[in-house]
Design a protein around this ligand. Structure first.
Ligand SMILES: *[C@@H]1O[C@H](CO)[C@@H](O)[C@H](O)[C@H]1NC(C)=O
Ligand SMILES: *[C@@H]1O[C@H](CO)[C@@H](O)[C@H](O)[C@H]1NC(C)=O
Ligand SMILES: *[C@@H]1O[C@H](CO)[C@@H](O)[C@H](O)[C@H]1NC(C)=O
Ligand SMILES: *[C@@H]1O[C@H](CO)[C@@H](O)[C@H](O)[C@H]1NC(C)=O
Ligand SMILES: *[C@@H]1O[C@H](CO)[C@@H](O)[C@H](O)[C@H]1NC(C)=O
Length: 253
């Protein structure tokens, strides 16, 4: 961008950015800051504004990629996912009212088979992901860590293998994490100790090993911990006594 930008173009752009900002529930303040940035780095911001507008299409792509990894669908749930129906109306999908971004994906108990696509990490407005009681296998993709708004992740009763992604700490808003009744191995990653909003942690009936980590005591909001039916050994760390909201601790079978 250079001096050839006319004032009217800038005004139109302001109006556009304001609209974008409003639709994303930003404040006018944020829009003003965006405009200031624009003056400094025009093309860069123009690029990111376009990305913001097309965020809904990113979500659509992510859902289509998610569907592509479903290999078994006895109940035909995924058949409704076609271009003649908006993705916000697809089975199990909930979108925000203002902007059409996916906030919830609830596909529990639908006899789905397959794996979880790494594209799931692109649903950046997702707050709730519920896939419990299906037959999802393979590993939980690392990309899950990109879901910075995720509050609930429920994956119990599947066949998820591998380790708990070490960078799951990227889901810093997580309040409920349930991955019980799967095939997880390895230790409980230290990154869990950074999920400062975590209230409920369910990891029972996997093949996790190691000791009960004392870093769980850093999670001051913890209310319940379920760990039985693993290969976890040792004593309950004394530090857990600090957790004043902890009402349920289930460590052994
Ligand atoms: C995404 O949003 C743009 C701009 O609001 C709109 O034109 C487009 O139809 C939307 N696409 C989908 C799939 O919702
Ligand atoms: C798309 O899904 C809707 C709802 O399930 C269905 O009625 C329609 O026949 C489908 N269209 C195509 C082209 O598959
Ligand atoms: C899990 O799914 C099976 C069918 O696949 C169903 O029979 C069972 O009731 C479900 N269990 C729960 C706890 O929802
Ligand atoms: C979405 O995620 C995939 C895989 O994680 C990535 O390759 C792709 O570039 C991402 N972005 C968009 C806009 O789809
Ligand atoms: C998560 O961590 C792995 C390595 O442990 C890395 O390869 C991957 O890029 C990270 N993913 C994200 C989304 O940060």
């Amino acid at each position: 961008m250079n001096n050839s930008i006319g004032l009217s173009f800038l005004m139109r752009l302001s109006a556009m950015l304001l609209k974008v900002s409003w639709s994303l529930n930003f404040s006018i303040h944020a829009a003003v800051i965006l405009l200031l940035c624009f003056n400094l780095k025009g093309p860069y911001l123009l690029g990111s504004a376009a990305l913001i507008i097309n965020g809904n299409e990113t979500d659509q792509q992510a859902l289509l990629h998610f569907k592509a990894k479903i290999t078994g669908d006895q109940l035909g749930i995924m058949r409704s996912r076609n271009n003649s129906v908006h993705f916000c109306q697809w089975h199990g999908v909930k979108c925000g009212r203002r902007h059409q971004r996916v906030t919830k994906l609830d596909l529990r108990t639908l006899k789905l088979m397959g794996s979880i696509s790494p594209y799931i990490g692109n649903l950046s407005f997702l707050r709730v992901l519920t896939l419990q009681n299906n037959s999802f296998s393979l590993e939980l993709p690392q990309e899950i860590s990109r879901l910075h708004r995720l509050e609930e992740l429920t994956l119990d009763k599947n066949f998820i293998r591998g380790e708990i992604p070490s960078n799951i700490s990227g889901c810093s808003k997580l309040k409920r994490l349930y991955i019980g009744d799967n095939l997880l191995v390895g230790e409980i990653p230290a990154a869990l100790g950074r999920l400062s909003n975590l209230k409920e942690l369910g990891l029972s009936n996997n093949t996790l090993r190691g000791s009960i980590p004392s870093f769980l005591a850093n999670l001051s909001s913890l209310e319940s911990i379920y760990l039985p039916l693993n290969r976890i050994t040792g004593v309950i760390p004394e530090a857990l006594g600090r957790l004043k909201d902890l009402t349920t601790f289930s460590g052994r079978e």
